[in-house]
Ligand binder design. Structure first.
Ligand code: ADP
Ligand code: MG
Length: 268
């Protein structure tokens, strides 16, 4: 059985792309066959996995709008993750898709032919709630929401959760809200924890364990075209490895996903 996970938040800079790349690398280390899908026209995931979006001839855009099969577009990264890449062409896909019936299902339909080759598929959504994100949420079984733990982090969460609930009602009744993943987390102050406690209370949102600490290693990794897991030892890499173990246990034996209690500052 393949698990398809969408990583979404219409806010930019909350570590969606970093989470997709790092979690994919961590799952790959656990012998999972992992496909990542770049649904952002900026192509940041594509770039951060060592591919130059400007030099790719085919991309997810051709898959969503044309007749090209996914298998013809996939590239394998040096770390062994398989990528469905994005280029700036994808910026035009939104307008093309809007004219089509069943536009929210384009990605789901396209992925159907390759899903069986993978254990986990992770979709990196763009920073908007437009038709590309709706495609990501429609193709997924569950959605993870990275949340940067700073003041006003909650702004927009309500809107995102409304979108998730609309997708559940209209295009994907099986979509499960996995929870919020605290990112850029500063364990040294109580501020991050206070923000998290506020957001999870306000929206009854489970908080996934462990929070991902803020560390400079992520910027270094992006520049090198490999994930933080292939670089020097870091607490950020460890956090994503622990998250991968938690999620895999949840997916494999159906146990409740491990959550973090911001009030106590510990995993539960
Ligand atoms: N845990 C972290 N610590 C420090 N910097 C991070 C961390 N996670 C992500 N970043 C940095 O934050 C920026 C935005 O991250 P990104 O994953 O591109 O966000 P998004 O996809 O939500 O726009 C990037 O420069 C990335 O390297
Ligand atoms: Mg991104």
């Amino acid at each position: 059985m393949t698990t398809v996970l969408a990583v979404a938040n219409q806010k930019g800079g909350v570590a969606k792309t970093t989470t997709v790349a790092s979690l994919a690398a961590a799952l790959h280390e656990l012998d999972q066959r992992v496909l990542v899908v770049d649904l952002d026209p900026q192509g940041c995931l594509t770039f951060s996995l060592g591919q130059n979006p400007d030099k790719l001839e085919k991309s997810v855009h051709d898959v969503l709008t044309g007749d090209i099969g996914v298998a013809d577009v996939l590239v394998e990264t040096e770390e062994g993750i398989v990528l469905l890449p994005a280029t700036i062409d994808l910026a035009g896909a939104e307008a093309l898709l809007l004219m089509r019936p069943g536009r929210e299902y384009a990605l789901k339909r396209a992925l159907a032919s390759v899903t069986g080759d993978f254990d986990v598929v992770i979709i990196d959504c763009p920073p908007s709630l437009g038709v590309l994100t709706l495609n990501g949420l429609t193709a997924a079984q569950s959605v993870l929401v990275p949340l940067q733990c700073e003041t006003l982090a909650h702004r927009g969460v309500g809107q995102l959760l409304r979108t998730v609930s609309e997708v559940q009602q209209i295009t994907n009744p099986d979509l499960a809200l996995l929870g919020a993943l605290p990112t850029l987390f500063d364990a040294r102050t109580t501020h991050s924890r206070d923000v998290l406690a506020d957001v999870s209370d306000r929206y009854q949102l489970p908080v996934l364990d462990p929070p991902i600490p803020r560390t400079v290693r992520f910027a270094e990794a992006t520049a090198s075209g490999a994930t933080v897991l292939s670089g020097r030892k870091s607490k950020g890499a460890k956090a994503y490895r622990d998250l991968a173990v938690n999620l895999l246990a949840h997916w494999n034996d159906g146990s409740a996903v491990k959550t973090y209690s911001p009030a106590e500052g510990v995993g539960a």
